[in-house]
Design a protein around this ligand. Structure first.
Ligand code: ATP
Ligand code: MG
Length: 391
């Protein structure tokens, strides 16, 4: 019996004329994501995408676990694809769903018939299948209101598909459908979550990381690689830009008042990030900031940071509590990587008594002690990049 994956796209269905473009984008993303799991063929019909393994070497379980993380998918099911003949449908339902039916008490059957030439109507398919399964599995009862399992029979163009309850997809919009943005990634808990959240809205990601060797170690950068690798299971491949930041931080430390280090450092990060983002055709920056979490994330501090930004800065965590962020980081499996101990460039230079209400006048005045343009230029020029992909 041939097994396939039936994919239902989510918000896509709402997009009217753009729908076809979005579906094509989703299929392109799936094709790319499943490439190293074997040969799969994709077909689109009536807002369902069918992913079909093309030979026995295709790793079906792996494909299912990858599809679970692809944005733009509302739900999906593993299904048996069988000949469109009622006898075959009944016997296949018995065989294919036996492992599930044996573990439950109640079920109901739903039928969808897009092939109107099929001799039975949907209610007739339901009745026949329900009756047959009741005879074969006498411990079962039918419960149309609150069944343990919904058995679905979909009669489509090429096959009849039989499956149990649909699984929840990753939701959101297909990666790339909203354009491209740059996530400023540290080794912390917040920025990988911010990356995941914006990728969910259809943004393709590039990532920018500021490293300050020898204050920060090779292992700190490796940690960022691991975090992005995990995020890329959801977002697709990511190019990471690593910016040398040591000189900038040393200059800030030597020339600016300590209470304003962090805000100036963040403004320098934004200046450099914008240039890299523009060069790589990204239309926005993303950070993991949340109001009030630390001194650099008060409203006045964010205002001072934003004053140097000419492109939108997305802060998806802005109104979230830490425990809400942690819950997402556990869900996407970045938490255990984030809590590894290696130093981030921010922590190394954290002042003891940061100003929580910096004014722009004061910040700009302090910044005059820096060679801003030269530092930004050299940081951009010293940037290297690495391609990161989970598969
Ligand atoms: P995170 O857990 O993401 O590190 P945080 O709560 O520790 O966040 P900060 O250290 O103040 O907060 O950083 C705020 C945001 O600035 C981060 O979410 C990230 O987007 C960006 N950022 C911080 N450090 C770096 C870095 N070394 N490279 C790139 N971006 C950074
Ligand atoms: Mg941090």
């Amino acid at each position: 019996m041939k097994e396939v994956i039936l994919i239902k796209n989510g918000e896509l269905a709402l997009k009217g004329l753009n729908r076809r473009t979005f579906e094509d984008m989703l299929v392109k993303n799936m094709r790319r994501r499943l490439e190293s799991a074997g040969k799969f063929n994709f077909t689109i019909a009536q807002s369902t995408i069918v992913a079909e393994p093309m030979d026995e070497f295709a790793d079906f379980d792996e494909a299912v676990s990858r599809i679970e993380k692809i944005f733009g998918i509302a739900g999906f099911s593993r299904a048996a694809a069988v000949e469109k003949d009622m006898e075959t449908i009944l016997r296949s339902a018995e065989e294919y769903l036996a492992p599930q039916l044996l573990g439950i008490r109640s079920f109901k059957v739903e039928a969808k018939r897009s092939d109107k030439k099929f001799p039975l109507t949907s209610p007739e398919i339901c009745r026949e299948t329900g009756g047959y399964l009741l005879r074969k599995f006498p411990h079962l009862v039918v419960d149309v209101h609150n069944p343990d399992l919904i058995v679905t029979v979909e009669v489509r163009d090429n096959y009849a598909y039989i499956h149990g309850t649909q699984l929840k997809g990753a939701g959101g919009m297909p990666t790339g459908s909203a354009g491209r943005a740059a996530i400023l990634i540290s080794g912390g808990i917040d920025s990988p979550v911010a990356a995941y959240m914006m990728a969910k809205r259809g943004l393709e990601l590039i990532a920018i990381h500021f490293a300050s060797p020898p204050y920060t170690s090779e292992r700190a950068e490796q940690k960022v690689h691991s975090l992005l690798k995990q995020v890329s299971k959801y977002s697709g491949r990511i190019t990471l830009y690593v910016v040398p930041f040591t000189e900038t931080q040393e200059q800030i430390k030597d020339n600016c008042p300590e209470d304003i280090f962090t805000v100036i450092m963040r403004r320098m990060m934004m200046r450099v990030s914008q240039i890299i983002a523009q060069r790589e055709h990204a239309g926005a920056l993303i950070t993991g900031e949340s109001v009030g979490q630390v001194a650099s994330q008060t409203m006045p501090a964010i205002a001072c940071t934003d004053a140097v930004c000419e492109m939108p800065v997305f802060r998806p965590l802005i109104g979230m509590d830490k425990d809400e962020v942690v819950a997402i980081s556990r869900k996407i499996d970045t938490f255990d990587i984030s809590i590894l101990p290696y130093e981030d460039c921010c922590t190394v230079f954290t002042p003891k008594h940061p100003k929580t209400r910096p004014t722009l006048d004061y910040v700009e005045k302090c910044e005059q002690a820096l060679e801003v343009d030269r530092l930004v230029k050299e940081a951009v020029e010293g940037t290297r990049f690495i391609h990161i992909n989970a598969y």
